[in-house]
Each structure stands twice: as structure tokens, then as C-alpha cells.
Design a protein around this ligand. Sequence first.
Ligand code: PLP
Length: 395
Amino acid sequence: MSEQHSRSAATIAAQALHIINEETGGVVPGIELATTFARDDSYEFRSEFGYSRDSNPTTRNAEKIIKALSGAEDALVFNSGMSAISTVYETLRPGQHVVAPIIMYHGAQHWLQHLEKTRGIELTLFDQTKQGALKEAIKPGKTELVWIESPVNPTWDVIDIAEAADLAHEAGATLGLDTTVAPPCTTDAFALGADIVFQSATKYLGGHSDLTGGVLTTAKNDDRWQEIQYVRKHLGGILQPFEAWLLIRGIRTLFVRFERASQNAMALARHFENHPKVERALYPGLENYPGHEIAARQMTNGFGGMMSLLIKGDEAEARATAAACRVFMPATSLGGVESLIEHRKTVEGPDSAVPDNLLRLSVGIEGEQDLIADIEQALGQKPSVDPRALRADVR
Ligand SMILES: *Cc1c(COP(=O)(O)O)cnc(C)c1O
């Protein structure tokens, strides 16, 4: 992403394209709650809108903003991240082959495995830590979709997006990229060669843990994109107007939230990477992290707030550490202004490939020292500050 592009994306986000309430001059758009739109005397719709399951003015505003700030050809918003992902998978035909990493968002992987059983889609999971594994997994002429995320959740292994795009395209496949943890404020997915880009709007785009939504953007308005639009309309997966409005509001602060979360996560990763009670800090922002150089090329405006700690200890000790946190809240999800922690394996279930001693941290925008002190005390260190006092402290 060039500096110019990054500046203009920041401006687009902050100003939300200056979409105002045309009737009143209000500097933020209103919410259009209507489910249906009146026809004129000749029975034509008065605007581009007819029925809210197809499209709605507030929802379309969110799409226009996301399209502009991502440099996409088009954008569609859905009522959850999984609704957006499953809509892409709905375009796959029996016998077509899909390639995805072993470690990835577990819900999306479970759904691919479900489609393998029920719809005759072929699936190959590749080891994202092994050089050459993706190339080996792709079957030229047969692979229809390569679906990746980078960094992968929750070990933050870095997949080279540009290389994956080349490999997919050489084989005649589409590259689908989940950029939930590396949103367009830091990753210029289309410049790296992605064809379809997905984000859970529940995470960084919304940013306040108060809306469930998903976003697809596309490099081209091609047949697959047309089908995605058709599927959204028929499965009814569109984002509702109030959530679309919350999404627009969230996007306005995306850049500053992401930058602050990135700074906090970097401080935590540096503090805990050589800690006596920590085996490893997993964070692509660390210079010695495998794939750091690729991450630095792909994430040009911060490495984000997502990191994990492999603690010295077993599953029980990892869970006890998460439970002892007082500033980090034990909860699923990520990308909100408040920091969350979870023992990921417990959440994903016994067949999960995630290590037993891994704690996933979604680092928010709180004071850096409070976050560090909280993990310190939870790891059984003498707390430098009483974390209960921190909680009451309004910062
Ligand atoms: C949360 C998440 C999803 C799914 O999004 P929902 O909004 O929960 O449906 C997909 N991919 C990643 C990386 C996520 O973190």
C-alpha cells in the first residue's frame, strides 16, 4: 500500500465518504429502516431500492465506504462473517477442489469439512508452516478456490499472500483471503493479488463488540461475484440497517484503533517474549518471528492487536492464567477496543490443532502498562500494580 493510498483510505474511513443526511444537513447519515420502497405511477421504483433483502440505503452506504477504502470493485455486507464465508463456498460445485490451511478460523474450516461430506467438494488442508506445502496442495485445473488467512488465527503463522495469489492463478483458481485480523487499514489485499477478500465486521471494522456482520469485497465484478450477489439475495444474508449504521460508525475510528492496538500488542510481545514463565510469544511484529519480513511487506500500517502466548505449563495452567486476568476479559472474539483473553483449544474443541498451552490475546486500546501488569500477575508474578485497582481506574 503506497503512502498516498494509505492516507486516502484513512481519510475515507474517518469521513465515511462525507455521506450526510441530505434532508436535514446532519453530518452523519440517518438509518433507513424501511423494508420496502414505494413505486411511482408507472410502477417503477423511485430509487435503486425496492426491497430490503436485496439492498437497503444504509447497508449500501456501508458497502460504498468499504469499497472505497479497500480499493475494491464492489463490496457486499452480510449479517455475520460466517454468512459471508458460506456464501462464497455456496458458489462451489461438487467435485471442485478447495485448498485451505490446517490452522485457520475454525468455523470456516468446519464448514468446508461439512461441505466435503455433504456436497462432494474436495478439500486439502496444507501445513501453513511448511515451505512449498501450498504449492503441493494445489491441483492445477481442479482447484477452484484457495482460501487463506494471513496471519492465521490463532498461531499467527504468516502466509505470503502474493505468492499464494500467483500459485492460485497459475492453477486457474480463485484466491479468497480472510483479512479479519489484518483489515484494509494495514493490508492492501487487492494489490497483493487477492480476488475475493473477506472480513468479519464483528471484529476490527465494527471494533466495539456490539455488532455481528461480515464483508466481502472483490477485485472483479465477474461471474462468481454475480452469483455471490444472487446467493445473498436468496439466502437472505444481508446486514440489517441498524448494524450497517453501527458498522459505518465503527469504521470511522478503524485506523486509530488499529494503530493503538498494534502498539499495545507490540509492547506486550516484547515484554513477554523472553519471560521466564512464557515459552514463546507469537506475534508477527517481532523481528525474529518466522515470516516477520513477509508480514512487514503485507501489513504496512501495524501488525494488529492479535497475539498468543505459549505459557510454560499445561492446559490447566493456561486456563488458570486466563482466569486470573482482571484487565483482560475472558471471552471469545477479537478486534474490539477492550482486551480479551481465551484458552483457544477449549473453545475449538478436542480435535483442534491449536497447542494446549496457547492463550490467545485480543489486545485492545487500554493503557499498555495495565495490560502488561495484568498478564504478569496472572502468570503468578508479583503484580507491580494491583490489577483490581486498575479496573476501577478510568483511563
Ligand atoms: C470471527 C472470525 C470469522 C467469522 O466471523 P463471524 O462474524 O463470527 O461470523 C472468520 N474469520 C476470522 C479470522 C474470524 O476471526
